[in-house]
Design a protein around this ligand. Structure first.
Ligand code: NAD
Ligand code: TYD
Length: 355
C-alpha cells in the first residue's frame, strides 16, 4: 500500500474534489496533510469544505490560485513538500465548453501540463511519489445501443470538454513513458451527490423542481449516462492512488445506465415524495428542448479491471443515492442560493434565458 504525507488536491473546492477531501480525511486512515489548490472559479466554493476546515485546521490548507501559474504551483510544492497529487481542477461542463472552449483548453490542457512540469522538476527520479489524474469516460466518445468503454477503447472525444480532457490524459501518459513520472489515471462516468453544481442534469432538475419550473430535457431524452454516487468515486480514486499500478488507467463506473428522460421522471417522483406531494405531481413539468450540439448518445463503463485488480466496486444503490441527494439539496437551500447567485447566475441568464 502506497503512503503519502503531503497530498496536493487541485480543484478541491469543486464537486468531486470537496467530497474526495472529506472522504480521505474522515474515512481512510490517512494521517498527513491535504493542500487544496483551487482558483475558486464559479464552480469552486469554499462552503463545500466548511466542515473540513473546522475539523482539520492543522491538516487541511487552502492555497487560492491557478494551476496554470507555474511560479505559484512551484511555491506551493516547495512549501508543503508535496509527495502526491490528486488532480481534479478542470473546467467540467460540456454546455459551457460549447459556448466558450478557450478556458477549457487553458485550464484542462495547459494547467495539466504546468502541474506535470512542476512535478517533474521537484520529483526528479523519485519513485515514492504519485501524480493521480482524474478524468472522464467522455474521452472515449459515444456508444451505440450496445457495448462498453474499456481501458483499451480508442479515444474519440466529440465535445471541446472531452477533447481537452483527452489531451490532458495523453500528456499524463506521455510524462509517464518519457520521463518516468509515477502516474495513475482514472476515467469515470457521470457522478451525482451533494455539492454538485446546479448546472449539471441532476442538481439542475432538483433546483427547478423546488421552484416549480419546467424541466429542460435535451433532444428526445434517450441519451444514456452511467451514474455513480460521488463517494464511490472518491473511494475508487483513493484505491487507485494507494494500490494501483504506476502508469495504469482504471475505468470507474456505476454499472447504472439511465436514459435521461427516465432519470428525470424518477427524479420528479423522488422529489415529489420528499416534499410530501403526489408521486406524479411534477411529471407535467418535463419539456423537450433543442438538443445539445454533438450530443454524445450513450456512455457506459466496463469497470471490471478495477473490480478484479483492486477489489473496488460501486456500493451505493441508485434509489438510495438519489434519495440522499434530493434530501441534501432540499436541506441546503442556503448553499444553493449562494452558488446560484454568483457568477453562475450571470452566465445562465445570458446563455439560457429562453430555457
Ligand atoms: P467542478 O467544476 O465542480 O470543480 C472544478 C474545480 O476546479 C473548482 O473548484 C474550480 O474552482 C477549480 N478550477 C477550475 N479551474 C482552475 C484552475 N485554472 N486552477 C485551479 N483550480 C481550478 O468539477 P467536478 O465535477 O468536481 O470534476 C472534477 C474533475 O473530475 C474534473 O477533472 C472532471 O473532468 C472530472 N470528472 C468529473 C465527472 C463528473 O461527473 N462531474 C465525471 C468524471 C470525471
Ligand atoms: P450533464 O449533467 O451536463 O453531464 P454530461 O454532459 O457531462 O454527461 O448532462 C447529463 C445528460 O443530461 C446529458 O446527456 C445532457 C442531458 N441534459 C439535459 O437533457 N438537460 C439539461 O438541462 C442538462 C444540463 C443536461
Amino acid at each position: 500500500m502506497r503512503k503519502f504525507t503531503n497530498l496536493l488536491v487541485t480543484g478541491g473546492a469543486g464537486f468531486i474534489g470537496s467530497n474526495f477531501i472529506r472522504y480521505v480525511l474522515n474515512q481512510t486512515g490517512f494521517s498527513g496533510r491535504i493542500i487544496n489548490l483551487d482558483k475558486l472559479t464559479y464552480a469552486g466554493n469554499l462552503e463545500n469544505l466548511a466542515d473540513v476546515q473546522q475539523a482539520f485546521p492543522e491538516r487541511y490548507f487552502l492555497e487560492h490560485g491557478d494551476i496554470c501559474d507555474k511560479a505559484f504551483v512551484d511555491r506551493v510544492w516547495s512549501e508543503y513538500k508535496v509527495d502526491a497529487v490528486a488532480h481534479f481542477a478542470a473546467e467540467s461542463h460540456v454546455d459551457r465548453s460549447i459556448l466558450g472552449p478557450g478556458e477549457f483548453i487553458r485550464t484542462n490542457v495547459e494547467g495539466t501540463f504546468t502541474l506535470l512540469e512542476v512535478a517533474r522538476d521537484h520529483w526528479k527520479g523519485r519513485e515514492d511519489v504519485l501524480f493521480h489524474h482524474v478524468s472522464t469516460d467522455e474521452v472515449y466518445g459515444s456508444l451505440g445501443k450496445t457495448g462498453y468503454f474499456t481501458e483499451q477503447t480508442p479515444y474519440d472525444p466529440r465535445s471541446p470538454y472531452s477533447a481537452s480532457k483527452a489531451a490532458s490524459d495523453h500528456l499524463v501518459n506521455a510524462w509517464f513513458h518519457t520521463y518516468h513520472l509515477p502516474v495513475t489515471k482514472s476515467n469515470c462516468s457521470n457522478n451525482y451527490g451533494p455539492f454538485h453544481f446546479p448546472e449539471k442534469l441532476i442538481p439542475l432538475m432538483i433546483l427547478k423542481l423546488q421552484k416549480g419550473e419546467t424541466l429542460p430535457v435535451y433532444g428526445d431524452g434517450k441519451n444514456v449516462r452511467d451514474w455513480l454516487f460521488v463517494d464511490d468515486h472518491a473511494e475508487a480514486i483513493w484505491t487507485v492512488m494507494t494500490r494501483g499500478r504506476p502508469g495504469e488507467t482504471y475505468n470507474v463506473g456505476g454499472e447504472n445506465e439511465w436514459e435521461n428522460l427516465k432519470l428525470v421522471e424518477v427524479l420528479c417522483q423522488t422529489t415529489a415524495l420528499a416534499l410530501g406531494k403526489d408521486k406524479d405531481a411534477f411529471l407535467p413539468l418535463i419539456r423537450f428542448v433543442p438538443d445539445r450540439p454533438g450530443h454524445d448518445r450513450r456512455y457506459a463503463i466496463d469497470c471490471s479491471k478495477i473490480k478484479k485488480e483492486l477489489g473496488w466496486k460501486p456500493r451505493t444503490e441508485f434509489a438510495q443515492g438519489l434519495e440522499k441527494t434530493v434530501a441534501w439539496y432540499l436541506a441546503h437551500s442556503e448553499w444553493v442560493k449562494n452558488v446560484v447567485s454568483g457568477a453562475y447566475k450571470t452566465w445562465m441568464d445570458r446563455n439560457y434565458a429562453s430555457r
